[in-house]
Design a protein around this ligand. Structure first.
Ligand code: NAD
Ligand code: GLY
Length: 384
């Protein structure tokens, strides 16, 4: 039996909380969550995939301890991170008579954490919530740090709030039912931490990626706990993304543009887009002389070795085509990125493995040239 790891998260503007990373935590959810409950009631929000796997068993623990339970289930998938999904959850909270002393548990992936967190941030001007993330991505990234949001038809995560959880419970055993593709997508975010700020962690991942991807208990716990630790260090310095937190977006400006162009959905998952985006950030950095070709090659090799895509030509569009991307359209999407300032592009670039930095006002023409070099096309009537 491997002991759970407790990683404290603290910062200037919020109450400190712990992220617990361990095995078998769902079996003892009441023991972990109980101390945070102030009403004799437990409210849980989950989705239609995760609910049937875990909700009953968890809620029974609370019922045995004398709590009333209330389950809110939304359809699985990004579409629940919408005004409709938010209204559904808030309506259920009102119907259930929740007051400010209630605590809501978010059980699921990043969609459930973001949606529930945002609902809790605005319900009665803010009630407590606890994250029980069940995907790799949610355990290493979305459940930690207090970003909550829903999507708008004009863009992802456009409506949201910073609202920190009171506790995050990462049960590594919950990951065993995840499809392999989702595990790889979460792994892209794990390797991101090594690439952006911890070369020794990257070295370790290079040697142990097969164990992490196979969910081998010790390796998995180390990889997830180290990722959470790094996120906690960054959030402690910069909760509101005024500076260093932007580094967590390594690979995201390139990646988001690809996601927006392909259309959010199964053809290209977020972690896959980030994987290609990180390779592009390394390739662009190497071309601009910021990082060595040796580091670029190592980063791309490690991402490829984990079974993730590394270049635009690895992407199949929604209809199965393998057509090249239009460089101008990608640049246009990058202009809508939340990090863009006054129309200028911002990127996270790298000085090498473990040394990411924020580059503001990056020259559009240089990015356009790079995209063409990297496999995108420039149409004859291009005006960008
Ligand atoms: P998700 O929540 O949609 O989960 C992926 C799929 O896996 C879903 O179908 C879900 O039902 C299923 N699933 C979840 N846990 C499972 C389990 N244990 N076994 C089997 N199936 C399971 O997606 P995600 O990848 O976890 O998160 C993506 C979301 O997170 C996006 O909306 C993204 O914007 C958001 N995000 C937020 C932050 C943040 O800081 N708040 C950071 C990164 C991503
Ligand atoms: N996922 C990026 C952040 O939390 O800032």
């Amino acid at each position: 039996m491997i002991d759970p790891r407790r990683i404290p998260v603290s910062g200037e503007g919020f109450k400190p909380y712990d992220v617990v990373v361990g095995h078998g935590l769902l079996r003892e959810a009441e023991r972990w969550v109980g101390p945070f409950l102030r009403n004799k009631r437990v409210v849980m929000v989950t989705d239609s995939n995760v609910g049937p796997l875990h909700a009953d068993a968890i809620l029974k623990q609370f019922e045995a301890a004398g709590h009333k339970t209330h389950l809110i289930t939304v359809p699985a998938g990004e579409t629940s991170k919408s005004f409709e999904g938010l209204k559904f959850v808030i309506d259920a909270m009102i119907d259930g008579g929740l007051d400010r002393r209630d605590v809501v548990i978010a059980l699921g992936g990043g969609v459930i954490g973001d949606l529930t967190g945002f609902a809790c941030a605005i319900y009665m001007r803010g009630i407590d919530f606890i994250q029980i993330p069940t995907t790799v991505l949610a355990q290493v990234d979305s459940s930690v740090g207090g970003k909550t949001a829903i999507d708008h038809e004009r863009g992802k995560n456009l409506i949201g709030a910073f609202w920190q959880p009171r506790l995050v419970l990462c049960d590594l055993d919950a990951l065993t039912t995840l499809p392999a593709r989702e595990i790889r997508c979460g792994y892209a975010e794990i390797i991101k931490y090594g690439l952006l700020g911890d070369r020794a962690f990257f070295d370790w991942l290079e040697a142990h990626d097969d164990k992490v991807l196979a969910l081998e208990p010790e390796a998995l716990q180390y990889a997830i706990a180290r990722s959470v630790e790094m996120k906690a260090e960054i959030v402690a310095q910069d909760e509101r993304e005024g500076g260093v937190r932007a580094l967590l977006n390594l690979g995201h400006t390139f990646g988001h543009a690809l996601e927006a162009e392909v259309g959010f959905g199964d053809a290209l998952l977020h972690g896959e887009a980030v994987a290609i985006g990180m390779c592009q950030a390394f390739r662009y950095s190497a071309l601009s002389g910021e990082c060595t070709e040796a580091d670029e090659a190592r980063a791309v090799k490690a991402i490829h070795h984990a079974g993730l895509p590394t270049k635009m030509s690895d992407i199949r569009w929604q209809d199965g085509r393998n057509a090249p991307f239009d460089a101008c359209r990608l640049i246009e999407h990058m202009g809508h990125d939340k990090k863009a300032e006054d129309g200028h592009l911002t990127f996270v670039l790298v000085g090498g493995i473990g040394r990411a930095f924020v580059a503001k006002k990056v020259d559009r023409a240089a990015i356009l040239d790079f995209l063409v070099l990297d496999g995108a096309i420039l149409s004859e009537d291009a005006q960008c």
